[in-house]
Write a protein of this length. Sequence first.
Length: 44
Amino acid sequence: MSSPNQQPTHTPVGFIAFAWALVGVPLVYGLYQTVKTASTLFGG
């Protein structure tokens, strides 16, 4: 729990965007590769 005297911290928007990109780009690439491979396996 936070104490009543504590002020909320401000996280820069650029840092949040960078963090999402750092996680999101490999995730999207991995999903793309999975779908591509699965389509060749099950699609014929």
